[in-house]
Design a protein around this ligand. Structure first.
Ligand code: ADP
Ligand code: ASP
Ligand code: MG
Length: 397
């Protein structure tokens, strides 16, 4: 049988008991005859705690040193998981990102995987070992330790699946699939039986935390099937993310999601083009993934805060460019699906539903596969529920 890559997120390995349960699940897969490569996240809230202590020492921590610090969380869980697997009678070995041959760009705290040379993993598999890889990290060409941005263990898993020619990448978390909305926000959200790469890309880019956007991009580029399943549930229940002809032939509305924690950058006086140094400034602060919208009133850029460590320094740098205004009170709410860019007017229906609910729209964008609305941050959950009811609820078209 072939290789399977399994990824376990922080909540799945939060305690020693949970680590042992995960070890048993992995050994179960191995005993079915599969070769297993496991990607593991840091335990529970560890990465946040590692970041908080760094910030309490240095408000704008040096990004190289931050990487030295925040990559240690995964190193702890990989070793513990390997020990627990040994205790169940299966040989296992853990590797850091660097030992796994994961070569990245040198954008500290938000690096991109460039290529993987998984020699040591392949050698260990050939010796019948289960391989545990620390998620969320790699090494740059200059031999510096890098991290992949928050939520980056998903990317480690999918990129490894591609490099190893794995059958699929199983992303195991506290939710048993991809839902039409975050079930924590919309209790009546439904689990999707199937999601195409294109649909998942829009959802992930728009903030659906269940899968990291970079991971979806890797999967799409390399044709790797992702299976989203619950760690504590039946592996046969979940949502596969893969190429899907059906959603091309029959465009649908697939889900609603919110992207909180954004900076909105816009011109302080009408202007068509952002300052020339904007891109470099964003990249220097770990915010390279901003999306620039060109609106009739000028340009605007949405910058997720997640990978900006040193928010005050970021604000100072952006305002120092001149001609730029910063807002932090808005959330982007997105309805995803190819039906949005086709008749019969789902995007219009979405806007009407927000108006009827009295939710003010501060900006909007409709393009291939999505309708996105900027709303006040404190109205974001209501907006998600309103849009879900209008477009995916029982009485939706
Ligand atoms: P992990 O720590 O295992 O990587 P995450 O917390 O990153 O897990 O992702 C799982 C969470 O994603 C779920 O607990 C759920 O609240 C959230 N989520 C957001 N949008 C969706 C969605 N559309 N479908 C399922 N879960 C979602
Ligand atoms: N531990 C990292 C984080 O919390 C990576 C991950 O969990 O995917 O962002
Ligand atoms: Mg995650």
């Amino acid at each position: 049988m072939g290789v399977i890559v399994q990824k376990y997120g922080g909540s799945s390995v939060a305690t020693p008991d949970k680590l042992r349960q995960v070890a048993a699940r992995i050994v179960g897969t191995r005993r079915l005859g599969h070769q297993v490569v496991v990607v593991v996240s840091a335990m529970g809230n560890t990465t946040n705690e590692l970041l908080a202590l760094a910030r309490s020492v240095s408000p704008n921590p040096q990004r190289r040193e931050l990487d030295m610090r925040i990559t240690t969380g995964e190193r702890i869980s990989m070793a513990l998981l390997s020990m627990a697997i040994h205790d169940l009678g299966c040989p296992a070995v853990s590797f850091t990102g660097s030992q796994s041959g994961i070569i990245t760009s040198d954008h500290h705290t938000n690096a991109r995987i460039l290529r993987i040379t998984p020699t040591r993993i392949q050698q260990a598999l050939a010796q019948d070992q289960i391989v545990i890889v620390a998620g969320f990290q790699g090494v740059s060409e200059r031999r510096e330790i890098t991290s992949l941005g928050r939520g980056g263990s998903d990317t480690t898993a999918v990129a490894l699946a591609a490099a190893l020619g794995a059958d699929y990448a199983e992303i195991c978390s506290d939710v048993d699939g991809v839902y039409t909305a975050d079930p924590r926000v919309v209790p009546e959200a439904r689990r999707l039986d199937d999601v195409s790469y294109e649909e998942m890309q829009v959802l992930a880019d728009a903030g659906a935390k269940v899968l990291n956007a970079e991971a979806v991009e890797w999967a799409r580029r390399h044709g790797i099937e992702i299976r989203c399943v619950a760690t504590a549930g039946d592996a046969a229940v979940g949502t596969p993310v893969r190429a899907d002809a059906a959603t091309v032939l029959h465009p649908r509305v697939v889900g609603v999601t919110a992207h909180p924690g954004l900076f909105l950058l816009e011109p302080s006086t009408p202007s068509d083009a952002p300052p020339a140094e904007l891109e470099a400034t964003l990249a220097a602060h770990g915010a390279a993934e901003s999306e620039v919208w060109l609106l009739p009133s000028g340009w605007s850029a949405l910058v997720p805060k997640l990978n900006v460590h040193g928010l005050d320094a970021f604000r100072d740098a952006v305002l120092g460019l001149g001609g730029v205004r910063l807002r932090e009170d808005l959330t982007l709410v997105t309805v995803a699906g190819r039906a949005l860019s086709a008749p019969p007017g789902h995007a219009r229906r979405a806007a009407q539903a927000l108006a009827v609910a009295g939710i003010a729209v501060r900006g909007r964008l409709v393009d291939a596969g999505r309708a996105a609305f900027l709303v006040d941050a404190d109205a974001a959950s209501a907006a998600v529920r309103t849009l879900h009811a209008a477009l995916l609820g029982d009485s939706a078209p």
